[in-house]
Design a protein around this ligand. Structure first.
Ligand code: KG4
Ligand code: ZN
Length: 337
């Protein structure tokens, strides 16, 4: 197999509830398409069986649109990259099987991508890009991690959640408040109209690890007690509840990020993953940056939430490094770092 200097990569992402495809040539994004699934809205979370069925429905049109938008024919592709894990098994299977079939039929290499490493590499889709080494707080619906990034493909997880992810804390709070899934963006919106009126306990977790399950329980009991007294409490106080919960989650995140920066001496700080879209978190990051002379990086929102452009970016660096997968590659729902 002869490797190309300016590879054209088709990337597929299907780890959770978004079916996405992107085309990248020589590290430059040519197209980026995402089909979002709305079927989960009323279930308070992603229903795995529904997600994989939707992926099956969406994958071909999403890939065709990505190729069309890029003006690239399948014959012009150098490799196919896809998310191997972590994620939902049934969802990953659709993307991995599709990628394998296409790579086999075109006789081009297959590249497996770790979803969380791709969230980190989303920082290289557009300028300005962080310099190595940098710290990346990756906060999504499934993960909350602090990653020490030494190079494009050399990363170490130095802190992670022991239970729920930050996005889950937003989504589960939203469910208790009667908001549709995913609730993070709605809590963000209501929080902007409210004030931090209520105090929730912050977990005492040593080191750089996180915990959000205690906060979830505290919110549940708080709402139960308030609603017992006044059943219009949530309706009346929604912006203040959202502002209070959001501020607590942000404080937990920023506190650990500050500890990680202090511990490593690194002041190049980035945030990735769906929760980095949160306006309160972005503002708190700016304050911390001024306090500690950090340079901070947050990708544009479309590259923060699940997308295939970040998979293409990871695929690009893996192609250049000659890191290819065999056709026997299987999805790995709990893929380690
Ligand atoms: O990265 P992502 O799109 O998917 C996963 O890999 O999990 O992250 C989705 C998560 C959801 O929990 C969603 O509620 C949260 O990101 N999210 C937000 C905001 N936008 C998305 N959380 C808080 N504020 C937001 N603006
Ligand atoms: Zn994600």
């Amino acid at each position: 197999m002869e490797l190309q200097k300016n590879p054209t990569i088709l990337a597929i992402e299907s780890s959770c509830d978004d079916t996405a495809a992107a085309v990248m040539r020589d590290g430059v994004l040519l197209s980026n398409v995402t089909a979002q699934q709305v079927v989960h809205r009323h279930y308070g979370g992603v229903v795995p069986e529904l997600a994989s069925r939707q992926h099956l429905k969406h994958i071909l049109p999403v890939v065709e649109t990505a190729l069309q938008d890029a003006g690239v024919a399948v014959e012009g592709l150098s490799a196919i990259a896809c998310t191997r894990g972590p994620g939902l098994m049934g969802s990953l299977l659709v993307g991995v099987s599709f990628a394998k079939g296409l790579a086999l039929s075109l006789d081009i290499p297959l590249i497996e991508v770790h979803h969380m490493q791709a969230h980190v590499l989303a920082h290289f889709i557009e300028e300005p890009t962080p310099s190595f080494p940098f710290l990346c707080l990756t906060v999504s619906g499934g993960h909350t991690q602090i990653v020490l990034v030494r190079d494009y493909l050399d990363m170490e997880m130095i802190g992670s959640t022991r239970d729920d992810a930050a996005g889950e804390a937003f989504d589960k709070t939203g469910k208790m408040l009667g908001l549709p899934y995913p609730s993070g963006p709605l809590i963000d919106k209501y929080a902007a109209q409210g004030e931090r009126k209520y105090v929730f306990p912050r977990p005492q977790v040593p080191g750089l690890d996180f915990s959000f399950s205690g906060l979830k329980t505290a919110i549940r009991y708080f709402l139960r007690d308030q609603m017992a007294r006044d059943e219009t409490f949530i309706q009346r106080e929604l912006p203040h509840i959202c502002a209070s919960v959001q501020a607590t989650i942000i404080e937990i995140l920023i506190e650990k990020l500050e500890a990680a920066a202090k511990h490593t001496g690194i002041r190049e700080i980035s945030v990735a993953g769906g929760v980095s879209a949160n306006s309160g978190l972005r503002a708190a990051l700016e304050v911390a940056a001024t306090d500690h002379s950090w340079r901070t990086y947050v990708p544009r929102i479309q590259y923060c939430t699940d997308n295939a452009a970040m998979i293409a970016m990871a695929g690009h660096y893996k192609y250049l490094a000659g890191e290819f997968a065999g056709l026997d590659m299987a999805p790995d729902a709990r893929m380690g770092f």
